[in-house]
Design a protein around this ligand. Structure first.
Ligand code: S3P
Length: 171
């Protein structure tokens, strides 16, 4: 079966930039779930949150994740950057773990906030709420991960190297 490494972690943990670099290093394909959602749903993530709320977004996210996972050919290695909340949906976790491994990128919340504070992420509008959510999410990330990578003080390239090593060990 195709090797799949799914990167999980809070907003601003570097899932997309690390994933892109790790995929390049491995010669695997890179897929960004947030981007797939926007393309396949034909709407931006802020628009989906505004129109359907977070619960509606989670349903769409789960559905598109299922499509993405099902469309990976049997012989192709894929690094998949998840959204920050993907692993809060139990069916999403089941799907991912049946096809590969989940690697959690742990990041200090201060670093994460600095990366996303000026973005349009619906769940990063207030620093206080962001920090509370980060605390709540941590146990979910730890519980659902096969591997934890501590990214504190590392560059995206250094984290990508670790992810690539983890990916190679699993093939
Ligand atoms: C979310 C994280 C976002 C995006 C959506 C919800 C979350 O992805 O999926 O805004 O619940 O943490 P990133 O982690 O890529 O920013």
């Amino acid at each position: 079966m195709a090797p799949l490494v799914a990167l999980s972690g809070f907003m601003g943990s570097g899932k997309s930039s690390v994933g892109r670099l790790a995929a390049r290093e491995l010669g695997w394909r890179f897929v960004d779930l947030d981007q797939e959602i926007e393309t396949r749903a034909g709407r931006s993530i802020p628009a989906i949150f505004a129109e359907e709320g977070e619960a509606g977004f989670r349903r769409i996210e789960e559905e598109i994740l299922a499509q993405v996972v099902a469309s990976i050919p049997g012989d192709e290695g894929v690094v998949l950057a998840l959204g920050g909340g993907t692993v809060t949906t139990p069916r999403a976790v089941e799907m991912l773990r049946s096809r590969g491994r989940i690697v959690y990128l742990e990041v200090p919340v201060r670093e994460a906030w600095a990366r996303v504070e000026s973005s349009d992420r619906p769940l990063a509008r207030s620093r206080k709420h962001f920090e509370t959510l980060a605390r709540e999410r941590r146990s979910v990330y730890l519980r659902t991960a096969d591997v934890v990578v501590d990214t504190a003080g590392l560059t995206a390239a250094q984290v990508a190297e670790r992810v690539a090593r983890v990916a190679e060990e699993g093939t």
